[in-house]
Design a protein around this ligand. Structure first.
Ligand code: ZN
Length: 350
């Protein structure tokens, strides 16, 4: 099969294409009444909130999220805090500077599964990535055009999980030249560690790609369809029974008292943000950049909306436009007046 349209995006995706074809065929022969009723997509997120250390390396702000108690090194302390994944995502996108990032990490805890240290530059890259995925439209357009230049394509590559992407190539915690020199000396002195270092780097790259794919959709093993009691009284009644090993809720309550829910299980902030994006996407919520304030806003029933807050941003954009028009009109009038003052050659002749 030829892959001329998407030179870098298709080769490893055949199995997915085959699965999609098979599913579409099976759908055509679906017996009636074999559908799960509309389900809410829910993201229960229990954040692990520790302590955040802030320090600078060169010009870069670095944050280390740790559970150790300062001054009592072997001791650990952290708080498990249930957070609303959608609110976490919105707050994350609203962080404007490094001190905002510090506050965010202090309240939301473990940020990434890759490392307990994150730089302000990396934080901003993740904001940009989140924003682009959430907005969807520009990515869809790059994919449909097969446009391989620019950051949209790098985001698409990252989302597949099959390719290296340069999107996140920013300064990781900067390594000082002294440390780099030391590492090179160690490699020369103990050549046997080189394969181990390589293996470590490969493992790290694999983990990075796994995390990126969460933003296309959480992997199947972190999602489940659960039966949830419709009424709180039923939930309260079965909870003690469920605590006993082996109890299954579908045998404790009649089917009509239960409703299905699609549940995503994140375990770090980035997973929770990805899950919130997926929940919106699967429920058909679209996002767009406000033409006035540049914030992302959910597009409601009114599909042609261009401003986040119709009243404020639309009015502000409107008055900015009319002020500009007024300014231009005045300048034009002045210019015309000036022109009239200068006698033209023809006027002189008369
Ligand atoms: Zn706005």
């Amino acid at each position: 099969m030829e892959n001329e349209d998407y030179p870098e995006l298709t080769p490893q995706r055949f199995s997915e294409l085959d699965r999609l074809r098979a599913a579409m065929d099976a759908m055509r022969n679906l017996p009636p009444e074999r559908a799960i009723s509309a389900m809410p997509v829910i993201v229960p997120y229990m954040a692990i909130v520790g302590r955040v250390e802030h320090y600078k390396r060169g010009e870069e702000h670095c944050f280390r999220i740790t559970r150790t108690v300062a001054g009592h090194e072997p001791d650990e302390i952290w708080e498990e805090k249930p957070l609303n994944a959608h609110a976490v995502r919105d707050e994350f996108l609203n962080v404007k500077d490094w001190s905002g990032a510090y506050d965010f990490l202090t309240t939301t805890g473990i940020f990434s599964p890759l490392d307990d240290t994150i730089t302000w530059s990396e934080f901003q890259r993740w904001q940009r990535f989140t924003r682009l995925v959430l907005e969807h439209e520009p990515l869809a357009s790059a994919m449909q055009r097969g446009d391989t230049s620019g950051e949209h394509w790098e985001v698409l590559k990252a989302l597949t999980g099959d390719y290296a992407s340069s999107f996140f190539d920013v300064n990781r915690e900067p390594v000082s030249s002294k440390e780099a020199e030391w590492m090179e000396r160690e490699k020369l002195r103990h050549p046997e560690i080189v394969p181990m270092i390589l293996e470590g780097q490969q493992h790290q790259e694999k983990e990075r790609r796994k995390l990126w794919t969460w933003f296309q959709g959480p992997p199947g093993k972190f999602c489940s369809i659960e039966w949830i009691p419709k009424r709180k009284e039923d939930a309260d009644a079965v909870l003690p029974l469920l605590r006993k090993g082996g109890a299954m809720i579908e045998f404790l309550l009649p089917r009509k008292s239960l409703r299905p829910a699609f549940v995503i299980h994140p375990w770090t902030t980035l997973h929770a943000i990805a899950a919130a994006i997926y929940a919106d996407y699967s429920n058909g919520v679209e996002y767009r950049t406000c033409q006035f304030c540049n914030r992302l806003f959910p597009v409601g029933r009114q599909k042609s909306k261009k401003f986040c807050n119709q009243r404020q941003c639309k009015n502000a954009a409107h008055s900015r436009k009319s002020r500009r028009n007024e300014r231009e009109r005045k300048m034009k009038a002045k210019a015309e007046e000036k022109l009239r003052e200068v006698p033209t050659d023809k006027a002189k002749q008369r």
